[in-house]
Ligand binder design. Structure first.
Ligand SMILES: [Zn+2]
Length: 107
């Protein structure tokens, strides 16, 4: 079960963006990675081609889920995500305040 969903707000807990937070724009469950808006940016150099000028794009790179913590919408703290399987559908819960974060939707 993947703990993160698109539009979750997460805090970065490791790496060069440690302490920053952002919104998840893509999840990569098979790689155990997430793409977070404005986090882990890198510059991609596009070479000039024909009459198109070369340019530098700034793109976000996916970051390992081990380096992010979900920010709970109820208590606004970075927390671990738990699951409550006693409810249908199964829900994600905050480890700190025990509030339901959202339901778990299967893909
Ligand atoms: Zn909470």
């Amino acid at each position: 079960m993947f703990k993160f969903k698109i539009n979750d707000t997460v805090q970065i807990t490791a790496g060069k963006d440690k302490g920053r937070s952002g919104k998840i724009i893509k999840v990569l469950p098979t790689d155990q990675k997430v793409l977070v808006e404005g986090i882990n940016l890198y510059k991609k150099h596009i070479k000039p081609k024909g009459n198109e000028a070369g340019t530098i794009l700034t793109l976000p790179r996916a970051i390992s889920v081990a380096s992010v913590a979900l920010i709970c919408p109820s208590c606004s703290k970075p927390t671990r995500v738990g699951f409550d399987a006693s409810q249908t559908p199964k829900v994600r819960v905050c480890h700190k305040c025990r509030q339901i974060i959202s339901s778990v939707t299967k893909k």
